[in-house]
Design a protein around this ligand. Structure first.
Ligand SMILES: [Zn+2]
Length: 449
């Protein structure tokens, strides 16, 4: 079996850091220790961190980045595992959607992957939850917003789905905003002729996000089902989550790099490019999110990568939601470490270990223990870099961070002992992805702190 030695780096894993070499044998980590003997192949990591590969649990491979291109842009950013939302649009069965995503990803993707069920029509689809779970999918998302798009789940179906999940041992996830209240506010802004960018922020206020988070937590409590809140953007929502957790509720929470780095001031400048839901918020929210990551109210950072073909001056109201985020995620969170907003150990928890624990992939993924998959990223923490669309690999025609200077850059990404990306070059070929069955919602909150 081929052996690879990653020599001379600083390994950051399981809450600590040490100067150590990593010996990889075949697809797994064999040993992590100082001064290991040479192997078939040696990779020099002097001056660099050696981190477990990033696990991005929030990706949407159904727009201009698909199941083939999304994992490529992800691997360039140090990501080794993705959990895609398998959209079950109205008229499609849940199990059928999962089967199609899985088959396609196995054929065209380079990264190991798991799937969430994305329920667009829970009334007809939730009954399939036990079958979906038997197929290895254990987390299911619904929208409490997007009423006009016809994607919103009402409280009857939300409660029913949480109840089914509670009984089946699965985990609920919600996009927590208030669709009908937002629609009213939008109609009223439109009537008054409010500037569309201004209206966008006003119609999706933090108060409604926080209230929706609270409503979802209450229903999940009644159903006895664990809950995961993706893309938390508001300080007030964090307060609600923190208080539920103090009361012993199993509520996990995620934020995204865009909410950690941008605000609604950026939206005024970059308009359609930064039309995302929930919207970008205030400085005080951004600061609270960094604090939440540090003190453990937030468990994960994930990208919500939604690559769309849009331009800054597209008609704002008609422009689609979403922005490309996966390739810059590790860099931006590390930049926060360089600025003293987060510790390096906590970065590894929120990007690698905690996602693996919450979705039941640990310790196969998310750590560099002996026996774990040899999924890792070599990261140069001192390299000064500029984010430019020109050097990104997403098919989106822009990056949200054009010209931003960051400290640190990934230099090599390895999955199961294979080098996927080295110095900006992708060496992987389609078809090496493996499907990972999840067991979501079983992690003890104390293990995530
Ligand atoms: Zn999303």
């Amino acid at each position: 079996m081929q052996t690879t030695l990653i020599r001379g780096g600083t390994v950051v894993d399981a809450g600590r850091r040490e100067k150590a070499d990593v010996l990889v044998r075949g697809e797994t980590v064999d040993r992590v220790a100082a001064d290991l003997a040479a192997a078939d192949r040696v990779i020099d990591a002097t001056g660099c961190y050696v981190l477990p590969g990033v696990i991005d649990v929030h990706t949407h491979p159904v727009y201009v980045d698909d199941l083939e291109s999304l994992p490529v842009t992800a691997a360039h950013g140090g990501v080794t595992t993705v959990i895609h939302y398998a959209y079950a649009k109205p008229g499609t069965g849940l199990v059928e959607a999962i089967r199609r995503f899985r088959e396609e990803a196995e054929r065209v993707s380079i990264l190991d992957f798991a799937l969430h069920g994305g329920l667009f029509d829970p009334k007809r689809q939730s009954g399939e939850i036990p079958a979906a779970m038997a197929a290895g999918v254990t987390s299911f998302k619904m929208f409490m917003t997007y009423a006009k798009l016809g994607w919103m789940t009402d409280d009857y179906q939300l409660m029913r789905t949480f109840d089914l999940l509670g009984r089946a041992g699965g985990m609920g996830m919600v996009h927590a905003e208030n669709g009908l209240a937002t629609d009213y506010l939008e109609d009223s802004c439109n009537e008054a002729g409010v500037d569309p960018v201004e209206a966008f922020v006003r119609t999706r206020p933090a108060a409604l996000e926080a209230a929706a988070v609270g409503r979802a937590i209450a229903m999940a409590e009644v159903a006895g089902c664990p809950l995961y809140i993706p893309h938390v953007s508001a300080r007030r929502a964090l307060d609600v989550i923190a208080s539920a957790r103090r009361a012993g509720r199993r509520v996990y929470a995620e934020t995204c790099p865009q909410y950690l780095t941008l605000t609604n001031q950026d939206l005024l400048e970059k308009k359609a490019l930064l039309k995302i839901g929930p919207p970008l918020r205030e400085d005080t929210d951004r600061d609270a999110l960094w604090r939440g990551l540090l003190d453990g109210v937030l468990d994960t950072v994930a990208s919500d990568h939604v690559a769309r073909d849009k331009r800054v001056d597209d008609e704002f109201f008609a422009a689609p939601f979403g922005s490309p985020q996966v390739e810059t995620m590790l860099q931006l969170v590390h930049d926060g470490v360089a600025r003293g907003r987060l510790t390096l150990e906590r970065l590894v928890r929120v990007l690698c270990e905690n996602p693996a624990r919450i979705f039941g992939l640990y310790p196969k993924k998310g750590t560099l223990r002996p026996g774990s998959d040899a999924d890792l990223v070599i990261f140069d923490p001192s390299a000064k870099a500029y984010v430019e669309h020109r050097t990104q690999h997403s098919r989106a025609p822009y990056t949200a961070y054009e010209g931003r200077s960051v400290v640190g850059t990934p230099v090599l990404t390895m999955q199961r002992g294979e080098v996927l990306v080295a110095r900006g070059e992708c060496l992987a070929s389609a078809g090496q992805a493996r499907f990972l069955a999840t067991a979501a919602g079983r992690a003890d909150l104390r293990d995530l702190a």
